[in-house]
Design a protein around this ligand. Structure first.
Ligand code: GUN
Length: 293
């Protein structure tokens, strides 16, 4: 069994991005600028956004964090999105999800100029991705593909089971795995909460991508020997063993599954760090106007 070290790969990609930023600076070009809108004080969101801002600093990007209280109105958020759409200094921006219940997330996502949508959530980017056109690919699926690529994991003609059908991970990663690319060219099955034969499907899988958000859902007896398992779960489970009072828990029962695998991602330190570097890569592309002019 080989552990897929997302932290090490993400450090490597960050160095590559930082080197590009140095080149841009040396040539007198514009430093990429990422802005993030954070509404409220959700613990997970605070942590993720703090990591995103810190990672921008590490690679030499400019970053701006814009905070709103939980009681901010939908119109206030839409006005800020509009302001960022028209701010020539901001190359790309994200609105951290989830938003408070009284704000329509889809309306906010669709208000973002797709040319600055470095999260790849706008329907134009999602649609372009699904038919293989240049676009911003959302960060977690892009990070998973980068891990498969850098570990030379063969996906062509393999059976890939994706657990979960979310717009952020399940659907886009299924699309990328079946695309005519390398990695890609896999036979893909998507399973979800209504799938009646989920265990049978998993047992046939060469690659399992678990993105259900159910801690330790995938057990040892659901995995074929020699499979590759990618764990996207990041549920905060209360724990008395950590200072923070919670433990980040994946969708895979690691101790049971890992011994059966050819490759597996740990939680933390697998997919998580890759999500952030994918966002940085998209911001770099946005800064260079490489996808959209
Ligand atoms: N919430 C959970 N993951 C993400 C992400 O990748 N982007 C944003 N904006 N919100 C999230």
């Amino acid at each position: 069994m080989q552990l897929i070290d997302g932290k090490a790969i993400s450090d490597q990609v960050k160095q590559e991005i930082a080197a590009e930023v140095e080149q841009i600076k040396a040539a007198g070009g514009k430093i990429p600028h990422l802005a993030a809108i954070l509404v409220g004080h959700d613990g997970g969101s605070e942590t993720y956004v703090a990591h995103k801002v810190k990672s921008c600093e590490q690679v030499g990007f400019k970053s701006t964090l814009i905070r709103f209280e939980d009681n901010a109105t939908e119109q206030q958020i839409l006005d800020k999105v509009n302001e960022l759409n028209n701010d020539a200094d901001v190359d790309g921006f994200i609105v951290q999800l989830p938003l408070p219940k009284h704000i329509n997330e889809q309306k906010v996502i669709e208000a973002i100029d797709y040319r600055k949508d470095v999260d790849g959530f706008h329907p134009i980017n999602v649609g372009r991705m699904s038919i293989g056109l240049p676009c911003f690919v959302s960060a977690t699926p892009a990070g998973i593909m980068e891990l498969l690529k850098r570990y030379n994991i063969d996906t062509k003609g393999k059976h890939c089971v994706v657990l979960g059908r979310s717009n952020i991970v399940g659907k886009p990663v299924a699309n990328l795995m079946m695309a005519k690319t390398n990695p890609g060219n896999a036979t893909v099955t998507i399973c979800h909460s209504y799938s009646s034969d989920l265990k049978e499907q998993c047992l046939k899988a060469d690659i399992i991508i678990a993105a259900l958000g159910v801690p330790e859902f995938l057990k040892g007896d659901m995995v074929k020997p020699g499979a590759t398992v990618i764990d996207v779960g990041t549920t905060r489970v209360p724990s008395t063993l950590t200072k923070s009072g919670f433990k980040l828990t994946g969708d895979v029962k690691f101790d049971e599954v890992a011994p059966k695998c050819a490759f597996i991602t740990p939680v933390p330190g697998g997919v998580g760090p890759m999500t952030i570097v994918s966002l940085l890569k998209n911001t770099l592309l946005a800064g260079k106007k490489e996808i959209y002019k």
